[in-house]
Design a protein around this ligand. Sequence first.
Ligand SMILES: [Zn+2]
Length: 697
Amino acid sequence: MSTDDFPTDSPAIVTCGLPYANGDLHIGHLRGYIGADAFSRALETLGQEVAYVSGSDMHGTPVAVNAEQEGVDPAEFALEWHEQYEETFPKFNVEFDNYGHTHDETNTELTQEIVRTLDEEGYVYEKEIQVAYDPDADQYLPDRYVEGTCPYCGAKARGDECDEGCQRHLEPGEVEDPKSTITGNPAEYRERTHNFFRVSEFADYLTEFLDGLEGTSNARNQPRQWIEEGLQDWCLTRDMDWGIDYPGSEEEDVVLYVWVDAPIEYIASTKQYSERVGTEEYDWERVWKEDGEIVHVIGRDIIQHHTIFWPAMLEGADYNAPRAVAATGFITINGKGLSTSRNRAIWAEEYLEEGFHPDLLRYYLTTTGGLQQDVDFSWDAFQEKVNGELVGTVGNFWYRSLLFAYRNFEGTPDADVSEEVEERIEGAIGEVREAVNDYSLRGIGQAATRLAQFGNEYIQRNEPWKLTDDDPEKAAQVIRDCVQIAKAVAVLLEPITPEKSQLLWDQIGEESDIADAGLEAALETPPRNFEEPGELFEKIEDDRVAALNEKLEERVAAAGDEETESDETDSDEAGDMADDETTADDLEPLLEDRIGFDEFQDLDIRVGRIEAAEGIEGADDLARLEVDIGFETRQVVAGIKQLHDLEELPGQKCILLANMEPAELFGVESNGMVLAAGEEADLLTTHGDADVGEKVR
Ligand SMILES: [Zn+2]
């Protein structure tokens, strides 16, 4: 990989976290697949050679458990889901260059080869460990077959991850008070020999890797903390028969842990693509072993797998390191956690059955928040965004300018684009380039929408309808400008709304595929003649939204009482977004130790007003704030750079711990601490008339 801006001379690969072949897709899943698809398309418009691949994750205990419950073979069970996903993705204009699955031959062979290499290089050793065992069921209990308490944070945890607490990966034998999920009985621990990967040896390598890693800041910062706390070696094997055999253990019921073969599918899927199109066209070995630009789009619940285990495996087996890991936030529904067990979800099938165009959802999911922010979905917000931005701004501009051009000039008038408009389009192209290099899908959407907004203002300001009789030449020039802007908006929006952009492309008489056009096409002259245009976006009416809300509420209410523990196995293991809402189990445990009022009085907490906010150069997350606390203005450093729009902070009231010891961060003195809560650093404030400088008591 390189550190040059995109486009580079090396081939790129974009991947998204593998969907776990275990249940219906919902918009929480789609955010990642659509996001990665849009990013891959955006790279292509920059002229970057790129392929987009993924595959279904077929292995692991949730598939085994659910297949067992249905009395079918796990392979058959997983394959059915795999086929359903393969059919669903194109319906959302998610177009993979290759979509495989982890149980196919390519992935099986490649996985065994990589594990053999790690073994030969001395990165694998055998160790006796305690493994949970259910004496009644007479079987070992890997991963999801066991539940208990997280040894790190005390939350309720699955056998292999603290999914509701600190999100840590848990090794076999780590979970406390283990209970069998088969019988519900307490599990015994029995001694077994397993193979371990020496992840701990990669600490220095990984530290350096993270320093250069692009993508979202959460994918760098969380793993840094894990490395500081000390990396543990990683158990590679499990006592079960569903999965890929550990090389040499084909006779026994010992398979590789699902998280070994799942990411290797990224490589296997690339290889299948190469084999299909020929290595002249796209060379998987160059990408994965030489200089490819590897970009992983994942859910933030699987950061550890992609920034610790995966790069260590790649390095140990002599593969190329990822250039970027972009970890998306979760999707909430009406402000609450998406929950499949409570049926508080918008299902992929359901969305399509409602007859909404896929590009509307693509636009909503990619432009509503930054990549690492949680995005709330409600039918009301969806309606507002579609009606306001796609119908009101983009669609309105497209339709009025093309209709005017068609009626008065039968297409694009013979005139040159004005300098003003050319510069404005060039500016928008620059914004898109920058957004792609910042891994900001929202930035791409905003550049396009703002250009359409400019188009609306431009047509309003120049009133071509008044000019057609008096000054036909001027009218021709204004309309020529508008057709160019319409074309440019279509080009810039293509990664996000590929089908709608293609329709606009067809309307202005272009005969090619807009996906092949590239950003420069935004400035190229459109064909001379085109047919009467139609409207490309349709307003969503209020009664429609009311009906959809009612339907969702009824469904959630109906599911409310039926939730059971076993629903846990519905959700996803390897490839995608977590989907349970915040419960008390998610929260940090309350402190047992009480303090006296005097001790509280020692904290000098004041109401402040943010006067200025700016990012600190070289620090991913830190912002420098100037906070007025009545007596004086304090300079404070806060870890909120990625989580807030800094431009919007000045003027806002905040709460400041004023007698915090001063500290220096990245060369900037911090004299106090602004208080915030939650993963998104929600800033505390006051809601009444408390004046700046008043003490919190
Ligand atoms: Zn935990």
